[in-house]
Design a protein. Structure first.
Length: 442
């Protein structure tokens, strides 16, 4: 277990300067897994030095695969020496990525054993849409005490429609069908840009994957895949985190690598609330222009307002003058971070809005909802945030509490700094580069 570390933050100062985004957390490790199809060494550049990357490397090595982390954010991966097809639940959080391994395992061994990682803090996160899709490709799946044995001599292309949009499920069906015999057509597929990063990499390996209008993806099965090299796209969640930090501290930050093409829904909200931004080629400058106005948002699969942006956006809205509503529709239980913000003086009321057709509005399976879960928050601003001593519960909440501590005048202490490393490379170092007074201690 990592040693417990904490952030000590002296808040109340505007962030100023420039920061460069790292490779997308929700793309990098998936490319490492896709590389396992090839015997040659694939080269993945601009990966983020975060826990998800390193634990994926760990898992691949334990399976006999080759992973070499080189200098300047380059990792090479080869599946040639893979000798194991079991991802046990012992692999911790990262076994969430277990279904991504099924394709390479079936192509090499004709079988795979994965555990169902079970839920996490934001919801049950079942994998039914993954397994239904893999079965549709002709695999046999037998489940026993939390483990699934998947077997298939050969996968056959199929037409599969996702019952509800799923980012991970789309990733997994794309990865698993690349060597299937014949053509696979995915319907109601997710549109997240990290999926396009995966598609681009697989196509460089020799796959034949194409996005068609109307959430369709076609995959023509090929005989084999060869190693390739690819640079991971910048992390759009990190871009939004720094943008909200710049605006919430009344600062001015140039975010290098912030690509307007994948941040449309966020920039649209900034226009509504009066947040300043200036697009400068492949970078965006975010700056405080005037008192922020409130707004109402509903999170939605891409190209909508992303659920991962919701927590830092909530902190920003505590500084807006008036009432803002946030309606989270992707995960069933993603508001736990509010209890910590309330200790800092945030005024928020959690509630459940009346939704005529919840089956259509919510991405989670309704049977996973619970009466004690809230799906909307009404935030009253502007609130004066007080410094506090708090526990970081999970990765996204960590960035949220750091942001709140940067606003609150005075000294805050946040334990659980190591959790933030799961999704952000050197966040405190980058913030110091923006003149924030943040220290990391054991
Ligand atoms: C991915 O999670 C991301 N994770 C998430 O980041 C991100 O918030 C989410 O997509 C939305 O973009 C990675 O890419 C590693 P979904 P994922 O399948 O694939 C339910 C992070 O780790 N569902 O689109 O799990 C699911 O529980 C996260 O940083 C089923 O019920 O998202 C959720 O409520 C935070 N059955 C909803 O659908 C399934 O088989 C959307 O999930 C699959 C999903």
């Amino acid at each position: 277990m990592n040693k417990r570390e904490k952030f000590v933050i002296e808040g109340g100062k505007p962030l100023k300067g420039e920061v460069t985004l790292c490779g997308a957390k929700n793309s990098g490790f998936k490319l490492m897994i896709a590389s396992l199809y090839a015997d040659g060494r694939s080269e993945i550049r601009n990966f983020s030095k975060i826990t998800d990357t390193f634990s994926t490397g760990e898992i691949i090595r334990n399976l006999g695969g080759e992973v070499i982390f080189g200098e300047n954010h380059i990792v090479t991966v080869s599946g040639k020496s893979l000798s194991n097809w079991v991802i046990s639940s012992g692999q911790g959080k990262l076994s969430r990525a277990a279904t991504y391994f099924i394709g390479p395992f079936l192509s090499r061994f004709g079988k795979a054993v994965v555990s169902n990682p079970g839920g996490c803090k934001i919801g049950r996160r079942p994998l039914d849409r993954h397994f239904e899709g893999i079965k549709a490709l002709g695999a046999k799946i037998k489940g026993q005490d939390g483990h699934y044995l998947i077997s298939a001599k050969e996968l056959k292309g199929t037409r599969y429609r996702f019952p509800k949009v799923t980012h991970g499920g789309t990733d997994v069906m794309v990865i698993t069908s690349v060597l299937a015999k014949g053509k696979t057509v995915l319907e109601n597929a997710a549109l997240e840009p990290e999926i396009d990063d995966l598609i681009a990499f697989l196509n460089k390996m020799g796959a034949k994957i194409e996005r068609k209008p109307g959430r369709i993806i076609t995959i023509e099965g090929v005989k084999e895949l060869k190693s390739a090299s690819h640079s991971v796209m910048p992390d759009r969640n990190e871009a939004v985190t720094f943008a909200c930090a710049a605006l919430a501290t009344k600062g001015d930050v140039l975010v290098k690598g912030a690509d307007k093409k994948v941040l449309g829904a966020f920039l649209e909200q900034l226009d509504k609330v009066g947040g300043g931004y200036e697009i400068d080629g492949k970078d965006i400058r975010f700056y405080y222009k005037k008192q922020l106005s409130p707004c109402n948002i509903l999170t939605h699969p891409y190209p909508g307002f992303m659920t991962d942006w919701m927590a830092v956006w909530s902190v920003l809205m505590t500084q807006a003058k008036g009432e803002s509503v946030i309606h989270e529709t992707i995960f069933e239980n993603r508001f736990a971070f509010f209890e910590q913000l309330i200790k800092m003086g945030v005024k928020v009321k959690l509630f459940n809005p009346r939704v005529p057709r919840p089956e259509e509005v919510y991405s989670f399976n309704l049977k996973d909802d619970r009466p004690e879960y809230f799906h909307a928050a009404r935030i009253f601003g502007p609130a004066t945030l007080k410094p506090a001593r708090l526990e970081i519960a999970d990765l996204r909440a960590g960035a949220t509490l750091i942001l709140a501590s940067l606003i609150a005048k005075g000294k805050s202490e946040l334990t659980g700094a190591e959790l933030v490393d799961r999704g952000y490379e050197n966040l405190d170092e980058k913030l110091r580069g923006l003149k924030a007074n943040i220290k990391r201690t054991e």
